[in-house]
Design a binder for this molecule. Sequence first.
Ligand code: AMP
Ligand code: MG
Length: 403
Amino acid sequence: MRLEDARQRIIATVGRPEDAETLPLGRADGRVLARQLTADVEVPPFDNSAMDGYALHGSVLPATGEASLRQVGTAWAGRPFQGHVGPGECVRIMTGAPMPTGTDTVIMQEQVRAEGEQVTIRAGHRPGEHRRLAGESLARGAQILAAGTRLTPAHLGLAASAGVAEVSVFRRPRVAILSTGDELQSAGLPLGPGQIYDSNRCSLTAMLERLGIEVMDLGVIPDRLEATRTALLEASEAADVIISSGGVSVGDADFVVDVLRTEGQVGFWKVAIKPGKPLAFGRLGQAWFFGLPGNPVSSMVTFYQLVQPALRRLCGVDPLPQPLLVNARLAAPLRKQPGRLEFQRARLAPGDQGQLTVEALSQQGSNVLRSMVEADCFIVLPLEQGPLEAGEWVQVQPFAGLV
Ligand code: AMP
Ligand code: MG
């Protein structure tokens, strides 16, 4: 199966969340709006000054020479000038202060001559300058943010500027993770013969937490059918999503697929990507299930390319962000066999004339997790692509924005 087909099928199957909760705005960073926000007020709520200077009516601006005006008061931010400004008059005004009645123009203080109450203005100004209009940021009744928006600091600030105190956000999916494999030992304990430390749960937890998801860590499941069955069924009762790693290939000790075939509805896909390939996806009881390959790089690549978009959809994000791909020139030749879409770990560097160059790391084994650390991007090589020469153009997916 092609990656894009797998991604589309998964996203179309999981659908959007239903349950929402109400949160104070200040606690909603990273959450996804369940209902659109509309402005009950105009932002800004009144015409106001964009500068420190002098407010006046545009009709008093001289076409040539100078005009002399009398300053009749001061308008502060939060302390409006109460009177009316008549012909021949002006008001000293601060940034953010409401435009006094009878004025529509602000002249910067640097551009006038002020002596006592007398303010002299030269020709060359435009009526209406340096005035911010009520509602220019948000009109009353306008949509502030659409449902499906993932909130970031700017979104929160914009909502706050319209006086929004609470937001309705989707409930986040509960995600249970587990590792499978008799060889896996947890950090802090000594390694026995043939054992390795479990790294997938650690990186999976962090990838999930970066999506704002709370993780239930179910630990390591030994390679036994009954233990695998018990663990997966328990997980399906507690979680909305189960993510396992390992045990989905065709080895004799790979029981995840067996359990899922008997207890759930699960597809076992050979996705034509490298690293990656075996992936189980489906339903176990009430939970969505993703079975990732065990090799650490494979499990990360499959997570980013297939699980992350699905989780974003399950969090209610709409529309889903498209993968960011940039063009770069190969700094060195690159090995590639046609047949699978490859995500080679690579490093970007600035090249000539603002172009980017990229070089694949030498170790591309799906077990060498260090390649993910040394890389700052994937070179994304199409399925039918063969080897490439230095200087050829390739598409690159930077980690910034992905991870
Ligand atoms: P599997 O998919 O179970 O056949 O595992 C493939 C490879 O990934 C084997 O070398 C495993 O030892 C390794 N592996 C599986 N799970 C983990 C894990 N959680 N952490 C590190 N390596 C793993
Ligand atoms: Mg295994």
